[in-house]
Design a protein around this ligand. Structure first.
Ligand code: E4P
Length: 219
């Protein structure tokens, strides 16, 4: 525990947002999903290729197929785009079986739509690179998204599973703080949440006072 830095991924299919955020210097990777790609109005392959040119880190691209053979065929094509592409697979029987195939073939995976500790255990058993528990969507239905992150961390630690816990469906700055407090390995978030991390009213107020004092002294 505590041996690796927390990673920040941007959760978007909009390349302009990635360019903007890349300037901050702390973006470690990008996650997409079919809804985010649809919002971009572009072809997944084009979006993923462009993202890989901007960010040198793990870039998750999700399969659309729901059957094992289809997932493998689609994932193999996505993996050809760039070495950094991570194949995102849904937490279904076929998705978990396909996770095993990709991990046996040394292709990175991100198992998505995880809502329970047992689901996360299955992903780890089949060698998933990342497990994506959806924090916000659990909170939305009155469950405790952060408790799930904590339970998965504990289970993985019990057995030394190396699957990284990728906190997803992060909706606000408090989710990011709490994810960091429970040792979540990766947090993926939309750009508005990332921007909110910079913000504190006392920072703005303090800076304005410093600049005003400087102006006065140098008038
Ligand atoms: C990861 O890429 C997930 O698909 C994403 O974080 C889901 O977030 P949402 O619940 O806000 O749609």
């Amino acid at each position: 525990e505590g041996e690796a830095p927390m990673q920040f991924f941007l959760d978007t299919g909009i390349v302009d947002e990635i360019r903007q955020a890349a300037k901050w210097g702390f973006i470690d990777g990008v996650t997409t999903n079919p809804s985010l790609i649809a919002k971009s109005g572009r072809k997944q392959e084009d979006v993923i290729r462009e993202i890989c040119e901007i960010i040198d880190g793990p870039i998750s691209a999700e399969v659309i197929a729901t059957d094992y053979d289809g997932m493998i065929a689609e994932g193999r094509e996505l993996a050809k785009i760039h070495d950094n592409v991570v194949i995102k697979l849904p937490l279904t029987e076929d998705g978990i079986a396909a996770t095993k195939w990709f991990s046996d073939n040394k292709i990175k995976t991100n198992v998505t739509l995880c809502f329970s500790p047992n689901q996360a255990l299955l992903a780890a058993k089949n060698g998933a690179t990342y497990i994506s528990p959806f924090i916000g969507r659990l909170d939305d239905i009155g469950h405790d998204g952060m408790a799930l992150i904590q339970e998965i961390k504990e289970i993985y630690l019990n057995y030394g599973y190396t699957t990284e816990v990728l906190g997803a469906s992060i909706r606000h700055a408090t989710h990011v703080r709490d994810a960091a407090l429970v040792g979540c390995d990766v947090a993926t978030m939309p750009i508005n949440v990332m921007k909110s991390l910079f913000k504190h009213p006392l920072t703005d107020k303090g800076l304005a006072a410093f600049l005003a004092d400087h102006q006065k002294a140098n008038a």
